[in-house]
Design a binder for this molecule. Structure first.
Ligand SMILES: [Zn+2]
Length: 210
C-alpha cells in the first residue's frame, strides 16, 4: 500500500480551492454556503453523531469529523454540529479538502465508522498524517475565505475598526487588527483564528502597514 501523500504547495492548493468554488459556488457570494454545497450539490450526507469527539479521545485521537472513504457521508460530532457554527463550517470544508486533495489516498481504504477510520489513520506515519491534515486545513481556509475577497474585506474591516476605536492601524496595529479580525470573521462566518491565519498566509497585515 502506498501511503505517501503528494506534497502540494500553497499555490497548488489555492488553485484547487478556486476551481472548487468556480464549479460549486459560481456566484461567489460570501459567506460561502459550505453546508448547502455539500448537501445539495455534492449529495453527501452530513450525519451528526453524539459523542464522536469524546469517543475519538478514548482512542487517543481528537476528531471533530471524518468523511467516509467513498465520500458519501461526513460524520460530525453532534455538539459541534449543533452549537459551534464556525467550527462546524470549517470542519466541513476540511473534510471536503480531503475529498478534493486526497482521493488517491482514500481510494486505498474502506471506512465508514469512526473506529474504522481511526484504525486507518493509525497506519499512516505521524509526519505524513500531519502533511495531509495541513493540506486539508489550507484548502478549508481558502474556500471559506477566498483570496480574491480577503484584501478588500480586510481594508473595510480596518477602516471600521479605526473608526470604532478612534485610532489608526499604523499607530496601534495590534489593537486595531484584533477588532478588524472580529469583523472579518463575521463577514466570512469563520472563527477569528481562521480569519487571522488567512491574513497571515496572504501577507495582508504587512502589506497594509507598508
Ligand atoms: Zn483531516
Amino acid at each position: 500500500m502506498e501511503l505517501q501523500p503528494i506534497f502540494k504547495t500553497k499555490e497548488q492548493i489555492n488553485s484547487e480551492a478556486e476551481s472548487f468554488l468556480k464549479k460549486y459556488h459560481p456566484s461567489k457570494a460570501i459567506p460561502i454556503p459550505i453546508e448547502q454545497i455539500i448537501d445539495i450539490q455534492l449529495q453527501i450526507d452530513i450525519i451528526s453523531i453524539p459523542g464522536l469527539k469524546d469517543a475519538s479521545e478514548t482512542l487517543d485521537h481528537d476528531i471533530d469529523a471524518f468523511i467516509s472513504s467513498d465520500f458519501r457521508s461526513i460524520s460530525v460530532d453532534k455538539y459541534i454540529y449543533d452549537k459551534v457554527a464556525t467550527r462546524y463550517r470549517f470542519t466541513l470544508a476540511h473534510e471536503i479538502g480531503h475529498m478534493i486533495l486526497h482521493e488517491y489516498l482514500y481510494a486505498q481504504f474502506k471506512f465508514n465508522k469512526m473506529d474504522e477510520f481511526i484504525t486507518t489513520i493509525n497506519e499512516m506515519p505521524l509526519k505524513e498524517r500531519g502533511m495531509v491534515e495541513w493540506q486539508a486545513d489550507e484548502f478549508a481556509g481558502l474556500i471559506l475565505v477566498p483570496r480574491e475577497f480577503l484584501e478588500e474585506k480586510f481594508k473595510k474591516a480596518l477602516t471600521r475598526a479605526e473608526e470604532v476605536l478612534n485610532t489608526s492601524f499604523k499607530d496601534s496595529p495590534d489593537f486595531v487588527i484584533d477588532v478588524a479580525i472580529a469583523y472579518l470573521a463575521q463577514d466570512f462566518a469563520v472563527s477569528a483564528d481562521v480569519a487571522r491565519i488567512r491574513l497571515e498566509r496572504d501577507g495582508l497585515k504587512e502589506k497594509q502597514l507598508q
